[in-house]
Design a protein around this ligand. Structure first.
Ligand SMILES: [Zn+2]
Length: 258
């Protein structure tokens, strides 16, 4: 079982050592900006490390958007991140499912996802798996409710898309965590990564507010059960720095290892 943490991009391997993490996830650029990633001095060290590397795409990436001034730069930014992440030997690039906004038709969002993968294929192909993550909220989100996720998967499964299940987002998005892995796998056929987070927001609140395990509204045993049932590696995206995340990693190892 591989358990890790979302960490500061400054020195991910040191952050992994401090937390006793088997995996790290980090951003390559400001998550709210459209800047392309720059080469990293620690690229070879990351590639050669025993620590598994995952890269999270910027939050502003929304390839589902009906607005072409968001959608087109999002596609390009996703490709730039995919290439940069592959340079680091990353196992996957995590990107949120996105949304189409208040008055738009979700069908357009799914179609835009299909086009994003087609664009990637026409631009040399994806050098690593794209892991689409479920979201807690968003107006007309593509991957909040699992009935919508099923429609998204009809559009992207043929391109080899992967899936990242965030327990906070599922709970706050209004999906029951009991049996969640089976319900997701019935749709996607795979779970590549678990984001193991507690939720400050209540069930179906739509709030994307992560908390340390056992501190929020989710029974930690349901997070542990999801990791076990999926057999996937897990990354905590929780607050509290080294101390808070080390406690979360320890809890998951102790309980999921049994
Ligand atoms: Zn997440």
């Amino acid at each position: 079982m591989r358990i890790g943490a979302h960490v500061d991009p400054a020195d991910p391997l040191e952050a992994a050592r401090e937390r006793g993490a088997d995996a790290v996830q980090f951003f390559l650029t400001d998550p709210q900006g459209y800047k392309s990633p720059k080469p990293r001095d620690d690229a070879a060290a990351l590639r050669e490390s025993e620590v598994d590397v995952y890269i999270h795409a910027p939050y502003i990436v929304n390839v589902a958007s009906p607005n072409n001034r968001i959608r087109i730069p999002s596609r390009k930014l996703l490709m730039a991140h995919a290439r940069a992440a592959a340079e680091l030997g990353a196992k996957g690039l995590i990107v949120h499912g996105g949304h189409v906004g208040k008055d738009a038709d979700l069908a357009a969002g799914f179609e835009n996802w299909r086009k994003a993968f087609e664009y990637a294929e026409s631009d040399g192909g994806l050098p690593l798996p794209i892991l689409i993550e479920n979201t807690a909220g968003g107006d007309n989100a593509c991957a909040r409710r699992f009935d919508d996720l099923a429609r998204l998967w009809d559009a992207v499964a043929g391109f080899g898309a992967g899936f990242c299940l965030d327990t906070c987002h599922a709970f706050a998005g209004g999906e029951d965590l009991v049996g969640v892995v089976d319900r997701v796998k019935a749709i996607t056929g795979r779970i590549d990564l678990i984001h193991a987070n507690d939720s400050k927001g209540g069930f179906d609140s739509g709030q994307d507010r992560h908390d340390n395990l056992g501190n929020g509204k989710i029974d930690p045993e349901l997070v542990v059960a999801a990791i076990r049932a999926s057999g996937a590696p897990a990354v905590v995206e929780t607050p509290g720095g080294v101390e808070g995340q080390t406690a979360d990693i320890t809890l998951l190892r102790e309980r999921a290892g049994r």
